[in-house]
Design a protein around this ligand. Structure first.
Ligand code: 1CP
Length: 336
């Protein structure tokens, strides 16, 4: 069966605009909350039956064109022995934030055996999914570095920037280690059967373009060069000023948040790339008519890109009514 999602990523013709939603698995789904009851997040990520079930839930309910692997960006770090946890309502929390060269010692390379449950889950999923492609993913080095340096979620990434500007050798050494780990983690997912990958540099919008070029881009480029055999999507929040660089760094598809209209994003990214996006996830909390108006506008503007994968501009909010996402999927599929 041919996949509209993979075709759009490759800028080939499609019979309908493909759609999936960042963070479509989990949080807003009652069937997710039910199977997660009493199971800590990282334990769920390491339990193949749960990973398969949770990954399948939005595919069954919405009929989206792609599944995203149920995991988290900190899973490979936990797997090599970084002392961290995912706290409910908070996010990843690191026990010993990395602030000096000694802190780097824990960042050894990731081996397939460290994440055997990832391989096992993906192999099982490929069978369950039939023709629907599975997207593997990882956090990009900058975003992972922010959690490791700050010790948890951060608004301004102060310690991260202090290291980047104040201790560039330490910064580059940390980014180099994270690059190897991320490239290996993506390779493991592709080898197990993931048919596309998304690299989430969620917080890189905090960095100015010149600093992105110097402190981030060489590492992200190395990752994309290591996974040329499947379509590669790159996404970050607040990246309006970085879109041209995100196009240059090596992905096939550039993810756009809701702040830049897709036709304008296509101009900024330049030729030879597909775009993914970009409905503000908060609009789904408004009545359907507002969703319909905005989504139709996005589909029209996305039509001016060389390929368009419909998505939100960031993850599904936990309070989203799943019926809105169901209707939105149908609207995207019916659009001509
Ligand atoms: O569809 C899916 O939900 C797939 C699974 C998935 C993905 C792709 C999860 C499950 N996390 C992620 C990626 C992820 N994790 C990103 C990149 C995407 C994005 O920008 O949203 C980031 C930044 C994280 C880090 C993280 N993990 C946060 C954000 C914290 C912050 O800094 O604001 C949070 C809240 C988590 C925990 C988490 N990850 C996933 C779930 C379902 C949860 C909640 C778990 C719980 O509390 O029980």
């Amino acid at each position: 069966m041919s996949s509209a999602f993979l075709a759009a990523c490759r800028r080939q013709p499609v019979d309908h605009t493909p759609v999936w939603f960042m963070r479509q698995a989990g949080r807003s789904l009652p069937e997710y909350l039910k199977v997660r009851e009493g199971v800590p997040m990282l334990q769920a990520c390491a339990t193949p039956e749960l990973v398969v079930e949770i990954t399948m839930q939005p595919v069954r309910r919405y009929g989206v064109d792609a599944a995203i692997f149920f995991s988290d960006i900190v899973v490979p770090l936990k797997a090599i022995g970084v002392d961290l946890d995912i706290k409910p309502g908070v996010g990843p929390v690191v026990a010993d934030p990395i602030r000096d060269a000694r802190g780097l010692e824990v960042l050894r390379d990731l081996e397939p055996d460290d994440v055997g449950y990832v391989t096992e889950s993906i192999r099982a999923l490929v069978g369950e999914l039939g023709g629907t492609p599975l997207i593997g993913f990882a956090g990009a080095p900058f975003t992972l570095a922010s959690y490791l340096i700050e010790g948890g979620p951060s608004k301004n990434h102060d310690h991260t920037k202090a290291m980047m500007y104040g201790e560039p050798r330490l910064w580059h050494a940390l980014m180099d280690r994270l690059t190897s780990i991320v490239a290996r983690h993506l390779r493991i997912q592709i080898d197990a059967g993931a048919e596309a990958i998304q690299l989430f540099d969620s917080w890189v919008g905090a960095v100015a373009p010149d600093d992105y070029r110097e402190f981030v881009m060489p590492y992200t480029r190395r990752i994309f060069e290591a996974v040329t055999d499947v379509p590669r999507i790159h996404f970050g929040v607040g990246t309006g000023e970085l879109l041209a660089l995100l196009g240059e760094v090596g992905a096939d598809v550039v993810g756009v948040d809701w702040r830049v209209p897709l036709d304008e994003a296509a101009r900024r990214v330049g030729p030879g790339k597909a775009l993914q996006g970009n409905l503000d996830p908060a609009i789904l909390l408004a009545p359907w008519e507002a969703v319909e108006r905005k989504a139709t506008d996005i589909l029209r503007r996305g039509g001016q890109a060389e390929g368009h994968v419909f998505n939100l501009g960031h993850g599904v909010l936990p309070s989203t009514d799943p019926d809105q996402l169901k209707r939105l999927t149908e609207l995207v599929h019916a659009f001509r």
